[in-house]
Design a protein around this ligand. Sequence first.
Ligand SMILES: [Zn+2]
Length: 252
Amino acid sequence: MSAQVIEVMDDVVCVRRPSYLTCSYLWRRGAEVVLIDAGMKTDASDVLAGLAHWNLPVDAVRACFVSHWHNDHSAGAARIKERSGCAVYYAEAESPQLLRQTATGGALGWLSDAIPEAGPLVLAKGLLGEAPMAAVEADRYVQDGERVEGLDVLFTPGHTSGHLSFFEPERGLLFAGDALAVVDGELRFMSRPVTEDLDAARASMERCHALSPSWVLAGHREPLQVTQAHLDRFRARLDAAAPPAGDWPLLG
Ligand SMILES: [Zn+2]
């Protein structure tokens, strides 16, 4: 199955992969495109499908932001950079993994590839840190508080140690990566087994909530147009899961 292209608004599309419904986002600015996450395939064919939505060539890509190192968010970045000459931005803390080539060979990479894309083993597949990917160098490491290519960089660790989210404040677009989840039209936690640092992840979700975004464009499932009721229910979830009495729900 190929990737699906979902129009969020005139200038923003979501490219969604059948495998764990991983989403990348393309933001068109005139003849140029900013890419937020570049999962999924090392040949970047799914990202190219997003560009085709606007009949734009690959060299329209001006910048590629990578929220975190996981294969389903980063695998196509090297290929896109090679073909477009775009700048690649991510956090320095993610560099050990993003600079590690696993696309060719490696038993864990093979195992990750061999696990079916659906069913209960999908989680195990996601947890295989050596999932196949192509190493990609950053043109520059970016940090919390910077504005780069029209996006505010937010340090939102927890899911990984150097996870970043990106916020377009004019319209309230939060490109959240895996800092939080959207499930069944609600803002939710990522599942516990795929969260490295629960306390950091909670703090990151608090930051995301405090932004009162109009849209949450997260790394999986679907773009969500956010209402006050969504934010209120997410607030209640955050409060219910707060330590010491609260607990992080197993599946988010
Ligand atoms: Zn992830």
